[in-house]
Design a protein around this ligand. Structure first.
Ligand code: PEP
Ligand code: MG
Length: 593
């Protein structure tokens, strides 16, 4: 039989191989089965029994996850319980049964399609993927409509789980550290809950494989390479051996890397640097700390809005920020105020579609237009700051007047809290993101008004080079090493150092080995990134002398193009600190299967 290689997105690194397990899929009906007026009450009762059973299931799952993975991960199921108890959702289902005189299956199917369309209309990837949470809850209710459900067998032996889409609760139930060797899915993206759970359990996963469920059979042998995002179905012995060797090498490298979490964050010549984590969900905090994060450099607060259909209250915000602050204490937590609007629009915010969303009413522009929402968020952040480890970060500032406006609102909120006798950190640091090139060029002026700055290279590069960061047709122009980008970043870092204020880089650039060394050479000391990349960056920075990095970057500023710069840095580092590029011990490729 021919081997098949499929490319997807590697969302949880590592390599594993074994036999496929293909669980049965729930398919929502497309048939509207009608009932009589007299049957409506019974059908509503049936729906409610399914809702009750689902609630029991979710509580059980939540408890088992809490035991298996800790309270952070169980949080997803609290969100699911909230979805299940949402009166709009339940009322909507009842209305379909009653008004259309249709079976509950149809009501669930219709509601599911409606939510799918709603979420798919969002252009932001992260939020689009949250549709799986609602789908997850509806799927469970659907299954529970069958009074005597055929219990799915729990697998007894090691397997590679292959599925169309793994809803969060399924992921949490089905993924077992002991038995699940790897996961391969048709659907999914980087920020899905499945990806997050797989990462925290250390199970290699590749998603976005489109039709793997149609390409494999139960019991077939496959290899999943979560590091390179590849799946190989029915590999011949030579390929198995090749991947065994790759796996052994990767694992040795991983063990080496994990050790760095406990090592000091300092360069060969003892210059101290600080790796921090970018997170979107409070439950990521424990993983971040275990990876060696010395605090949270960026908490993207947007997700809070997505976990509920109505606007979050001050208490909703507060609970999450307080949890983060407690989880990270005594390390700092940087909470970024809402970065939404434009492309990341959300239904409950009623933002009008704009012709040019990336340049539109987003982030701080939106917050200053909707001051009451802004005040709610600021109040919650302030109240969570009592342990004095919370910092506020304001995204997408363009000019200094915006900072002054933010500070006016901020001071007013503080006065209000003092009046009410609410405790908060009077000296809570306020920082801005420099991601609009004009603001970065004015860093010295901006710095006079804030306690620290954070360089958002993802947006900074997109705006400076006029290259859409998510458009695959122009990615060839998206170059962190573009000399103009490097000069701008260097000038910001220098301005911050002159002002004796903190500067952080929190864009993806901080997670790139070569770029991190360049940033170190420019004088950067705080690097914030997806926690998974912390060991890699820590190892790279521990393998160089800061002095060398400083000398190299001086030279790069004389070069003309990104390519010249990249080549120069690679050569120089290879010459002086080749261990930066070493990925573990060489491993013998033994012919064992
Ligand atoms: C950035 O722009 O670099 C950044 C960190 O923020 P986001 O990716 O959320 O826009
Ligand atoms: Mg940004």
């Amino acid at each position: 039989m021919d081997m098949t290689r499929l490319r997807g997105i590697g969302v949880s690194p590592g390599i594993a191989m074994g036999e496929v397990l293909l669980p049965r899929r729930v398919v929502f009906t497309s048939r509207k089965e009608l009932i009589t007026e007299a049957q409506v009450l019974d059908e509503l009762k049936r729906l409610h029994q399914a809702l009750d059973r689902t609630r029991d299931d979710l509580v059980r799952v939540k408890e088992s996850i809490r035991e298996k993975m800790g309270p952070e991960s169980a949080f997803i199921f609290e969100a699911h319980l909230l979805i299940l108890e949402d009166p709009t959702l339940v009322g909507g289902l009842e209305a379909i049964v009653r008004d259309e005189k249709a079976r509950a299956e149809w009501a669930l199917s219709k509601a599911n399609t409606r939510y799918e369309h709603l979420f798919e209309s969002l252009s932001d990837d992260y939020f689009r993927q949250r549709k799986s949470d609602v789908s997850d809850v509806l799927t469970r209710v659907y299954r529970n409509l069958e009074a005597r459900r055929e219990k799915e067998k729990t697998p007894q032996k090691e397997h590679v789980l292959v599925a169309h889409e793994l809803l969060p609760s399924e992921a949490a139930l089905r993924l077992s550290k002991e038995l699940t060797l790897a996961v391969a899915l048709d659907m999914g993206g980087q920020t899905s809950h499945t990806a997050i759970l797989a990462r925290s359990l250390g199970i290699p996963a590749v998603v976005g494989l489109r039709d793997i469920t149609r390409q494999v059979r139960e019991g077939e042998f496959i290899i999943v390479d979560g590091t390179d995002g590849e799946v190989i179905i029915d590999p011949p012995p030579a390929v198995r051996r090749e991947f065994q060797a790759k796996k052994a090498k990767y694992e040795t490298y991983g063990r080496e890397l994990q050790k760095t979490a406990k090592l000091k964050s300092e360069t060969l010549d003892r210059v101290r640097f600080i790796p921090q984590a970018n997170i979107e969900l409070p439950e990521e905090i424990s993983l971040a700390l275990s990876m060696g994060a010395e605090g949270v450099g960026l908490f993207r607060s947007e997700f809070i809005y997505l976990r509920r259909e109505s606007l979050p209250t001050e208490e909703d915000h507060f609970e999450i920020y307080a949890r983060l602050a407690r989880g990270a204490h005594p390390r700092p937590v940087t909470i970024r105020t809402l970065d939404i609007g434009g492309e990341k629009s959300l239904p409950q915010l009623n933002i009008e579609k704009e012709p040019n969303p990336a340049l539109g009413l987003r982030a701080v522009r939106f917050s200053l237009r909707n001051k009451e929402l802004f005040r709610i968020q600021l109040r919650a952040i302030l109240r969570a700051s009592v342990q004095k480890n919370v910092r506020i970060l304001v995204p997408m500032v363009t000019e200094v007047d915006e900072i002054l406006d933010v500070k006016d609102v901020f001071e007013d909120v503080k006065r209000e809290l003092r009046r009410k006798g609410e405790a908060f950190d009077e000296r809570i640091p306020l920082g801005v993101m420099l991601e609009v090139p004009a603001a970065a060029a004015m860093a010295d002026v901006m710095l006079k008004e804030v306690d620290y700055v954070s360089i958002g290279t993802n947006d900074l590069i997109q705006y400076y080079l006029a290259v859409d960061r998510s458009n695959e047709f122009v990615t060839y122009l998206y170059k962190p090493f573009h000399p103009a980008v490097l000069r701008l970043i260097r000038s910001v870092i220098q301005a911050a150092r002159r002002a004796e204020k903190d500067v952080v880089v929190c864009g993806e650039m901080a997670a790139d080995t070569l770029a991190a060394i360049v940033l170190l050479g420019f004088g950067l000391r705080t690097f914030s990134m997806n926690p998974i990349f912390i060991p890699r960056i820590k190892k790279a920075l521990r393998s160089v002398e800061c002095r060398t990095a400083e000398r190299i970057v001086e030279e790069t500023l004389k070069l003309r193009s990104a390519q010249e710069i990249e080549e120069y840095v690679v050569e120089e580092i290879l010459l002086r600190h080749p261990q930066v590029f070493l990925t573990g011990q060489p491993v013998e490729t033994s012919p064992k299967k």
